[in-house]
Write a protein that binds this ligand. Sequence first.
Ligand SMILES: [Zn+2]
Length: 308
Amino acid sequence: MKKKSLMLLILLMVSLVSFGCSKSNTLSDKGDISTSNNSSQKSPQNIKSNRQNNNSEGNNSQVNNSDNNNNSQSNTQNNAQNNSQQNQTTNEGNSQKKNGQYVICIDPGHQAKGDMSQEPIGPGATQTKFKVSWGTQGVATKTPEYELTLSASKILKTYLEQMGFKVIMTRESNDVNITNAERATFANKNNADLVIRIHADGSEDSSVNGASLHIPAQNGQYTSKIYPKSNQCAEIMMSSMKGAGFKVNNIFQRSDLTGFNWSEVPAVLVEMGYMSNPEEDQKMAQKSYQEKMMKSIAEATQRYFSQN
Ligand SMILES: [Zn+2]
């Protein structure tokens, strides 16, 4: 009995140990599951809070994303700004450099004393015309045209030089004697790229007003070569002047002007307005008016060269 009891006890202990181990393993497995189950059961709040965390992370991430987006947007904007600034700088740099290669001849119309002796109207022409007149005069201000044209031309020169262009002037005082043919050949000899002639109009009809642009004629005997670029420049000038609020009557082709016929350089003659119109005469006498008009012409010149 004792032996049997001992044997039974041993068997019981062995089976208990063995069962315990397997149970422990099972518990351990279940424990893991139950932990997970417990966690899922116990922690809807945790889940919720996790979700909230997740959400808040999501929000954070959204916020971050949106910050990032904002940042990236603002970076993009900054980059765009920087790029555009760089481009602008580059463009300005280029245009400054480019402008510096161009020579613009400004011809302030007329002079204090006209020279009514004759000169050929074009190279090799038998037809002649007076060399240079003293121009017209303001009906209200009594300002002579040659004074107005020199004043406006000096303003134009300043604007163009500020843009980087090389500017030469046929005259910088009123007491000169330079014929229209000589003014044209002055631009030719100096390899000018454009001639801008500044004048003011006169009419027997005092109601007539507005600026006008004159260019070498397309079918002119001496002017057909320089017509296309002259016309292109005049179109841009008309648009720019109108944009600045000036009335521009039209672009007129001329084959009868000595100053165009002798020119090998594209040229535009700007009639600023009518000195025979009292109101326009008074406006043109104002420096601010001259500045506004010359600025629109300088800007047009810039645009013209950017296209050529
Ligand atoms: Zn004139």
